[in-house]
Design a protein around this ligand. Structure first.
Ligand SMILES: Nc1ncnc2c1ncn2[C@@H]1O[C@H](COP(=O)(O)OP(=O)(O)OP(=O)(O)O)[C@@H](O)[C@H]1O
Length: 339
């Protein structure tokens, strides 16, 4: 792109939990997918990190909204404000002016026509002149460095905030895919519910996510166990402050049901995989991406249960974003991009 070109090229991983924007091969935005609005006027007060800091601490005049739920846009207006706000942040940080933009945006592989339309409309309203979309598991595969055009079967399991997507990719296309609405945010919900039911302590989404990151585990026995995490919160009955130590074993039990559902979905996807591709997958192993891939013991649990090696992507939270960046540079050659 020439120095005086008015068209900026950006790649966006529009996620339920995090939104990442890539420009010129660099991550220019990596922030939580959340906006804070003034309730009375609907005016945008904060976006991304600043808005997340306000979550759970709002007063009557402010509301925080996560525009995406389960991988898709749930609040069109908020999504548009978020994309626009994050692009503005990126441009002021990097000193660029963007009258028109070419964009590649990642979307869940199970998206309906209406959901695809919502992403396209939000992106166009936020300044996208030329908007292309890519299915997230395909983007994750590109981000991991897999040759997606090769006549080789590869299976990707992308565990995001709202959805787990399992896809088999070969010859530049998604041969089969399975998307379930059980992912990282459900584990966070499991923890909130558990803390309330078992310990009588009320914790918000942010604290429950911290518990998951500090002591979340897919296995009841870990080789390198983390130390217990101390949770502070009000007693549900007395409202008095409480301090509760939480162990990884306890958390592994409370998220067991959700993990089993992810495991069952992977097994089902394998069952539906054509035999020639199945044998490639056994050879290559299965790739885990998305923030959920970082849950302790998950790769080992799946490897032991299924008998195929699971590999965690080098930077699981960035795999989809990196892949949308690769797609942006290959718009002319990648016929699998959706216009
Ligand atoms: N160390 C960790 N252990 C377990 N889970 C984690 C860890 N770090 C982040 N997560 C979880 O990963 C999820 C976010 O992952 P990611 O950014 O890949 O999702 P997303 O792209 O926003 O969501 P989706 O693809 O569903 O739209 C959140 O639920 C977050 O709590």
């Amino acid at each position: 792109m020439g120095l005086f070109s008015f068209t900026k090229e950006i790649a966006i991983d529009l996620g339920t939990a995090n939104t990442i924007i890539i420009h010129n091969d660099k991550i220019v935005i990596d922030e939580p997918s959340i906006v804070a609005l003034e309730k009375r006027t609907g005016k945008l007060m904060a976006v991304g990190r600043e808005a997340k800091l306000m979550q759970g601490k709002e007063n009557d005049g402010i509301e925080t909204i996560r525009p995406l739920r389960k991988g898709v846009i749930a609040n069109f207006n908020a999504a548009e404000m978020m994309i626009r706000g994050l692009i503005k942040k990126a441009s002021s940080k990097n000193n660029w002016f963007s009258p028109s933009m070419k964009m590649v945006v990642g979307i869940p592989s199970g998206s309906t026509e209406v959901e695809i339309r919502a992403v396209r409309d939000s992106s166009e309203h936020a300044g996208g002149r030329d908007v292309y979309m890519i299915y997230e598991p395909m983007a994750a595969a590109l981000g991991i460095g897999i040759d997606v055009l090769a006549p080789q079967g590869n299976m990707i399991v992308d565990i995001g905030g709202g959805t787990t997507e399992i896809a088999v990719i070969s010859l530049g296309g998604i041969v089969s895919n399975k998307s379930i609405q059980v992912a990282g945010d459900d584990l966070t919900d499991d923890i909130m519910e558990h803390m309330s039911r078992v310990h009588n302590v009320k914790v918000g989404e942010r604290t429950a996510e911290m518990i998951k990151i500090h002591v979340g585990s897919a296995l009841t026995e870990l080789e390198n166990p983390p130390e217990d995490f101390i949770v502070h919160g009000p007693n549900k009955m007395t409202a008095l402050p409480m301090e509760v130590p939480v162990s990884y074993q306890e958390i592994s039990h409370c998220i067991e049901k959700s993990i089993s559902r992810i495991e069952a979905a992977v097994l089902q996807a394998l069952d539906e995989t054509p035999p020639e591709l199945y044998s490639d997958i056994v050879m290559n192993g299965i790739f885990l991406a998305g923030g959920g891939a970082m849950l302790r013991g998950l790769d080992k649990r799946l490897t032991d249960k299924i008998g195929i090696q699971f590999h965690i992507a080098e930077d699981p939270l960035l795999a989809v974003a990196k892949g949308t960046g690769v797609a942006l540079k290959n718009i002319e050659t990648f016929s699998f991009l959706i216009r």
